[in-house]
Structures are given as C-alpha cells and as structure tokens.
Design a protein around this ligand. Structure first.
Ligand code: FE2
Ligand code: FE2
Length: 260
C-alpha cells in the first residue's frame, strides 16, 4: 500500500494547495490513500465542516486534527457523524468523534487511521500509551495497515510513542511543530517513523504565521492577531509504502513547492 500523509494544513494557502493538488498527486504518485492533518485549515486554527466536505470531495481519504480541534466549534457534529475524520484517541471519551476509523483504499485494501496527542509542553490529555493499546485491540484483525498521527511538541515524546508502537502499526508520523525533520526511517520492527512531516502552508513565516506580527508580539508581549502568511507555499508530508502484512517497506519525505 502506498500512502501519502500530509502535515498540518495551514490557512487558505495550505487548504487551497491541498484542494487543487489532491487528485493530481493521487495519480502522479500512484497513491492508494491520502491522509491529511487538517487542524489549521480554518484561517490557521481549526477546521470547518464545509472544509471537511470539500477536502473529501477533492480526494482526501481521511483527516486527523490536533490540539486546535475545536477552534471551529461546529466541527463537533462532523466529528460525531462522519467516517473520514478522527479525534485524538487520548481525548476524553465524552468528546465528540471517533478514536479511529478505517477507509477503503484505491487498491481495494483497508487503512486504519489513529491520532494521538503528546503530553510534553502540551495541555493535559489522557495517556497516549493506554489509548493506543485500547485502539489497537479494537482494530484487532480488521486491518494490518495502520497509520498513527502523533501530534506533539517534543521530539522525545514522539520518539517514545514511535518506539512503543514499532512492529504494531505501519507508520507513526509526527505533526504539530510544522517543521519537517530529517529523521524519516523504518524501525527494526517495520514501523515507518518521522518526528514531524512538516506543514502544508506558507514557509516564509513563523510556523505558518506572519513573521512581523509574531516577532512584534514576542518582543513586546503586546498581543495581536497572527495573520496566516502568504509566501513560499509548500505541501509537506511523507510517502509510506507497506507490504500486505502492514509492515513499512519504505518511507520518503514529500515536499512540493506550489507556484503562485
Ligand atoms: Fe498545527
Ligand atoms: Fe497542533
């Protein structure tokens, strides 16, 4: 199975780039599945139900989110009722949304998608290790192809979760910091890993936001709205190939500059 996972879609530049390129990329890269972290699609924070529907229509198989999940509150009903989107599995059970989902892939297979939030330098959430153990038990033998988005601030947090899942899932791919890391690899047990796959959005920025505004507030402590930046838009992610047993056979970084 060939899967492209794209990192945090940031604001209009990232969202538009994914909408326009999802279907062409599926063909060009001969993808079986396209999964996207969409937590920053709505003007840099959150995802709207309309955006969810348009991304599905454009060729995105499934979406993960992150700590900004409820910035657009109306996404709650989509989370509760839609099949192609998951909440972090270590969110409270009372929160709307599924802890995992499966999608049929182009090649006729089935791919499970799970999202986990880290706990270092992040708001408190339930234990990701207990959550993923529970989810993997629920998935059971429904599919061996399992993609885990680990949405966390600290590389050590992501590595620990990645190593914990080595040999139990197809890929553990990091999001949230919006900067691609150069550590894509396959662990000894056959799990593909990358600390952060990078964002889909403007790279002439501070993690997607206007450089001047972020710098001003950082220097003066005077709050202001951080507009989404506009320049050097790129789609970033990772392409993972796996065998029939769900073991990763390759991982490569994906990066595509989008012309204005
Ligand atoms: Fe993000
Ligand atoms: Fe995040």
């Amino acid at each position: 199975m060939r899967i492209l996972f794209l990192g945090d879609v940031v604001g209009k530049p990232g969202y538009t780039a994914v909408l326009q390129n999802a279907e062409p990329l599926r063909k060009e890269l001969r993808l079986d599945a396209l999964v996207v972290n969409a937590e920053n699609a709505a003007d840099g924070s959150g995802l709207t139900s309309r955006q969810y529907r348009r991304l599905v229509d454009a060729g995105v198989d499934a979406m993960t989110l992150g700590d900004h999940i409820f910035r657009e509150k109306e996404i709650a009903k989509t989370l509760a009722t839609s099949k192609r989107i998951v909440k972090p599995a270590n969110f409270p059970p009372e929160a709307p949304g599924k802890c995992w989902t499966t999608v049929k892939t182009s090649g006729g297979g089935s791919l499970a998608i799970v999202s986990l939030l880290g706990r270092v330098f992040m708001r408190p959430v339930d234990c990701p290790f207990i959550a993923i153990d529970r989810v993997l038990e629920e998935i059971g033998d429904k599919t061996k192809q399992i993609l885990v988005d680990v949405h966390a601030e600290a590389t050590s947090d992501k590595q620990t979760i990645g190593r914990y899942l080595d040999g139990r899932v197809t890929a553990v791919l990091g999001t949230h910091t919006h900067v691609p890391t150069a550590d894509a690899c396959i662990f000894p047990g056959g799990t593909a890993f990358q600390c952060d796959v990078g964002m889909c959005g403007p790279y002439a920025s501070i993690i997607g936001r206007d450089i001047k505004r972020v710098t001003q507030t950082t220097r003066t402590f005077e709050p202001c709205h951080f507009h989404v930046a506009t320049d050097d838009v790129r789609l970033c992610g990772a392409i993972v190939q796996s065998d029939v047993d769900g073991r990763a056979t390759s991982i490569e970084r994906f990066e595509r500059r989008i012309d204005k």
